[in-house]
Design a protein around this ligand. Structure first.
Ligand code: DGY
Length: 329
């Protein structure tokens, strides 16, 4: 019998696929324990000599990690759709395919974008705190009054699968939907009744600006001071994509100066968000701990795909879901 595949997994994963992998004699797993990611030092140590690496968005997988792993590394399998923490080019240069987990989290993440739209507009978190703090003494005509979602204009930045799923939900709210994508997607826009428009046009016309675009060098700080100047004072920014797409200092200034009404953020520029962040002092800001895809069912499916990608990469098969096209022969 040949030696089992050595695999480093940077955290315990949910799902049946991972449980089966643990029991599979063809695999020798080294699973990093606990909730926190391995330190850089431990990551470099634990990847040494592995055939496969399963990682999460909290792990920086760069050339140094690949070098520390060694030439036998056959696959990097990330349990997430976004892979901005992985140096995909460095992997490709070494012939290492990078797996991700698209599709299964689309609807779950769109649900969360909507949770943020609704809670920001209708002050849900603020109102719940108000009750818990014993402030609910009576009913008044304007108590905790927010803005209407139905009938308003939703602008979606990035019109991939998640952006389209967010747009579909807007139909039930009778909203006008605007979308912007670097590569125009007229068919997808038409399918959900969205109007394609220019980036600046979208910002100035939207009551809700929803960020649903991948983080790349081109989209880093795409939503910056100039973007906030274009938005209107009643607008709400929602981000379920990646924090660094929004210039967080500019966001704070825009909120402080009343350039926009509020923000619902599932992601922040640095995660976790520092407790010193001014965002945490603002009643009109909802910050969540990057839980867009966090339903038990979806996280299980994501882990199953990560395991399937790992198995394929180790056996030289094309990955079921890959962000690179290079498979070591
Ligand atoms: C992703 O998949 O990229 C999310 O941010 C985590 O689910």
């Amino acid at each position: 019998m040949s030696a089992p595949y050595r695999v480093f997994v940077t955290r315990e994963l949910p799902g049946n696929g991972f449980a089966a992998l643990r029991d599979d004699p063809d695999f020798a797993l080294d699973v990093w324990p606990g909730d926190f990611p391995p330190s850089r030092e431990n990551l470099l140590k634990h990847v040494a000599g592995v055939d496969g690496l399963v990682c999460l968005i909290t792990d920086t997988i760069d050339a140094a990690v690949l070098d520390a792993a060694g030439e036998q590394l056959k696959v990097v399998s990330q349990m997430a759709v976004g892979v901005d923490n992985v140096d995909v080019a460095a992997c490709a240069a070494r012939g290492i395919p990078v797996g991700n987990t698209p599709g299964v989290l689309t609807e779950t993440t769109a649900d969360m974008a909507w949770a943020l739209i609704l809670s920001s507009a209708r002050r849900v978190v603020e109102a719940a705190e108000y009750v818990k703090d014993g402030e609910w003494k009576t009913w008044t005509p304007t108590q905790m009054a927010g803005i209407d979602v139905h009938g308003s204009t939703l602008g979606i930045i990035g019109f991939g699968a998640i952006g389209q799923a967010i747009a579909r939900r807007a139909q039930g709210f009778g909203m006008r939907v605007l979308c912007w994508n670097r590569t125009p997607r007229p068919d997808q826009a038409a399918a959900v009744g969205a109007e394609q428009c220019g980036f600046e046009d979208l910002l100035s016309r939207s009551d809700f600006v929803c960020v649903s675009i991948a983080l790349t060098d081109d989209t880093r700080k795409l939503i910056n001071a100039e973007a906030f100047r274009l938005m209107h004072p009643g607008a709400i920014l929602v981000n379920t994509a990646r924090g660094p797409i929004v210039d967080e200092d500019a966001l704070v200034t825009a909120l402080q100066q009343g350039q926009i009404r509020g923000a619902g953020l599932d992601v922040t520029a640095i995660e976790p968000l520092s407790m010193d962040s001014p965002l945490l002092t603002m009643d009109n800001v909802v910050v969540l701990p990057h839980i867009g895809s966090a339903s038990m069912a979806t996280r299980g499916k994501m882990a199953d795909i990560a395991v399937a990608n790992l198995r394929a990469g180790l056996t030289g098969q094309p990955l079921p879901h890959s962000v690179s096209w290079s498979v070591r022969g």
